[in-house]
Write a new protein. Structure first.
Ligand SMILES: *Cc1c(COP(=O)(O)O)cnc(C)c1O
Length: 426
């Protein structure tokens, strides 16, 4: 008898996956951390590799039967290494880069950095959540803020950019063990060379968390931390366009500490199906089309920022260098949450977000965050960004008017028909 497929075996889940497929097809997905993985990435992720246990690292495993898995992991590592080796500006060879592709996601990758370099109670520094930093860089609700002494730095009031003078003076005062350079809601490029100088001055490990921007970094459209940071962490599912996962790159001298922290320090068996998906994504990211993709992501974000500014929206820092925009919508007479929820009903999906020095609460803040990675994966360009600014403007003016919202929703849906997204089955 033929083994039943998903629809026959579990119609409830099959139908829900159909529904999500349709939602991802019919909406403009602008959550800055999201993307569309290719069909090839999803095929690798949905493969028999999910069946295999392979605790340890290639050629040093605890169970037998690793003839294939070792090759999968080594291929993923060599492809990731090659991608990042060509981003460096500091003239070292790729030989001094070590890569670990086993972290289950971005947050576990960051925990591995703490486990490799810190003891409980040590001081660490990162960009505060309210300024665009990540929970795992020492926020009080995260284990990283509970087990370590967290000293957050912020952005300048005058221009909302990271204040490197503040970073330096806090670092001198508090002597952190680890200094994080990485962001989750910050529209400007990071100055890794300046972070390196500060880390050197105070003897800190410089950890670059490029979860959001790794695709831009390997494409050369954002400065690379390679050659500056002691350790680099990233997700693999944001601008990198791979499966949901994580990776760590570090200098050779830290290889053993990082590998031990990931396994056996934090994790058990690696997710080999994800490792294969990362290998496929790295293969795709090595193609010239990916460089063009990353450039288009940034060009689209800039075009959308200009179009929104022209319509009177308060774009934080006045624009963007990367794939995302932060917009303070207070002057438009709405809150971020009201607007994000109205836009969702209009098939425009983004998230409400605090803006720097936000007087409102994080669960009901003043702004929205808009990212272009997913819409750019569908081949959308400048003309769509101009339309999008108009649609956002229309919904902002009447977030409670059902006919306005429904009108925009229909227009968005019609547009989406013309831009099939990678990976979806319709
Ligand atoms: C998304 C993100 C992470 C966490 O990734 P998860 O895969 O959600 O655990 C870590 N750091 C930064 C800067 C991020 O943006």
């Amino acid at each position: 008898m033929l083994e039943p497929d998903l629809r026959a075996a579990d119609p409830a889940i099959a139908t829900l996956i159909d529904d999500e497929n349709r939602r991802e097809h019919e909406s403009l997905r602008l959550i800055a951390s999201e993307n569309y993985a290719s069909r090839a990435v999803m095929e690798a992720t949905g493969s028999c590799l999910t069946n295999k246990y392979s605790e340890g690292y290639a050629r040093k495993r605890y169970y037998e039967g690793q003839q294939v898995i070792d090759q999968v992991e080594e291929l993923a590592i060599s492809r990731v290494k090659a991608l990042f080796a060509k981003t460096r500006g500091k003239g070292e060879g790729q030989d001094d880069l070590h890569v670990n592709v086993q972290p289950y996601s971005g947050s576990p990758a960051n925990l591995a950095v703490y486990l490799a370099f810190c003891q409980a109670g040590d001081t660490i520094m990162g960009l505060g959540l309210a300024s665009g930093g990540h929970l795992t860089h020492g926020h009080s609700v995260s284990i990283t803020g509970k087990y370590f002494k967290s000293v957050p730095y912020g952005v300048r009031r005058t221009d909302c950019r990271i204040d490197m003078d503040e970073v330096r003076s806090l670092a001198r005062e508090h002597k952190p063990k680890v200094l994080w350079a990485g962001t989750t809601a910050y529209p400007r490029a990071l100055d890794f060379a300046a972070f390196r100088e500060i880390a050197d001055e105070v003897g800190a490990i410089l950890a670059a968390d490029i979860a959001h921007i790794s695709g831009l970094v390997v494409a050369g459209v954002h400065p690379s931390p390679v050659g500056y940071a002691d350790v680099i962490t990233s997700t693999t599912h944001k601008t990198f366009r791979g499966p949901r996962g994580g990776m760590i790159l570090c200098k050779k001298e830290h290889a053993a500490a990082i590998d031990r922290a990931v396994f056996p320090g934090l994790q058990g068996g690696p997710h080999n199906h994800t490792t294969a998906g990362i290998a496929v994504a790295a293969h795709e990211a090595a193609r010239p089309e990916f460089v063009q993709y990353a450039q288009n992501v940034v060009d689209n974000a800039k075009a959308l920022g200009e179009a929104l500014s022209a319509r009177g929206f308060a774009v934080v820092t006045g624009g963007t260098d990367n794939h995302l925009l932060l917009v303070d919508v207070t002057a438009k007479g709405v809150t971020g949450k009201v607007l994000a929820q109205a836009l969702d009903r209009a098939n425009i999906v983004l998230n409400y977000n605090a803006v720097p020095f936000d007087p409102r609460k994080p669960f009901d803040p003043s702004g929205i965050r808009i990212g272009t990675p997913a819409v750019t994966s569908r081949g959308m360009g400048r003309d769509v960004m101009l339309m999008l600014a108009e649609w956002i403007d229309r919904v902002t003016a009447a977030p409670a008017d059902d006919s306005v919202v429904a009108g925009v929703a229909a227009e968005v849906k019609a547009l989406c028909e013309k831009y099939p997204a990678p990976g979806l089955r319709l």
